[in-house]
Design a binder for this molecule. Structure first.
Ligand code: 48F
Length: 265
């Protein structure tokens, strides 16, 4: 077969335009492809929601690749074992209730499962703002990470979504930019972004999951962004809470979608 460079270029342009074009009007837009965002997106897509995931970096996986202090093993506790098993990631029992997984296998498997379930993942794209309507969040404002890094004055594009999930980890970037630019009151103890507390793994793992939810109409928080937004503790390199938070996010949004549909009919 003869290879033509222009056909290669045309194939990339055409397929990417189609993929992004099909993602401009979504049920759910997730920001951040760490463990919580990947897992949330997987369960949403599996239930046939139209979902896309926007990740600033080239690589997905967020803070999972490096395990703890670059030792690329992650720890999963008993409560989240069923999720890891569902994805088919190999787990080794360390001692009662503690399991370990190779972080590279974990990231690549979560990512492949999300893609195969129908999630469209856009890497190298940063979310710089939200789109709003009167009293709710209506989507994302996106731009190339390369534009952001170069500090170029280039206007962004917009993505409409019924629900937005901040899964940006410790900085809770979406929540923070939204608060900075709008006189909003969140569903948190102070009505504002509270900020993350120091390390307390057990407490943090519980509160991550308990506090996962909608903090403003149309805006959900998942993973470490939950503890940052609601003033929870950090938990270090144990990842069960991230997975359970992602699963809960998907469940809450799917319930809401069902309710909204029933109300319409
Ligand atoms: O930090 P991250 O892995 O979030 P997570 O799912 O998991 C937290 C754990 O990794 C770990 C922990 C628990 O053990 O404490 O830190 O809550 O992934 C967040 C992803 O969001 C991307 C960022 O590059 C990372 O991959 N991200 C952050 N801000 C933006 C963004 C943005 N504005 N636009 C797009 N992506």
């Amino acid at each position: 077969m003869k290879l033509d460079e222009i056909t290669v270029s045309r194939a990339i342009l055409s397929r990417f335009s189609q993929k992004l074009g099909d993602s401009l009007d979504l049920d759910v837009a997730i920001v951040g492809a760490g463990p919580s965002g990947l897992v949330a997106s997987y369960y949403l897509a599996k239930a046939n929601a139209r979902v896309a995931l926007f990740e600033r970096k080239l690589s997905v996986g967020g803070g999972m690749w490096g395990g703890g202090m670059l030792f690329n093993e992650i720890v999963i506790q008993e409560e989240a074992k069923r999720i890891v098993d569902e994805f088919g990631i190999s787990l080794q029992k360390f001692q009662e209730g503690y399991y370990t997984a190779d972080s590279v296998e974990a990231v690549s498997t979560f990512c492949a499962a999300a893609c195969r379930a129908g999630v469209r993942i856009f890497n190298g794209i940063s979310v710089e703002d939200l789109m709003v309507r009167e009293n709710s969040v209506a989507g994302l404002v996106i731009n190339w990470t390369a534009v952001e890094m170069a500090g170029l004055h280039v206007d962004p594009l917009a993505v409409r979504a019924k629900f937005v999930v901040d899964a940006t980890g410790h900085p809770a970037e979406v929540v923070q930019v939204f608060q900075r630019k709008n006189p909003v009151r969140f569903n948190t103890s102070s009505g504002k972004f509270v900020g993350e507390r120091s390390l307390w793994a057990e407490e943090a793992e519980i509160s991550t999951v308990e506090n996962t939810g909608e903090i403003y109409p149309g805006l959900f928080i998942a993973g470490m962004a939950v503890n940052a937004t609601r003033g929870g503790f950090r938990m270090g390199p144990i990842f069960g809470g991230m997975l359970l938070s992602g699963e809960k996010t998907a469940k809450l949004i799917l319930d809401r979608m069902r309710l909204d549909k029933e109300k319409k009919n």
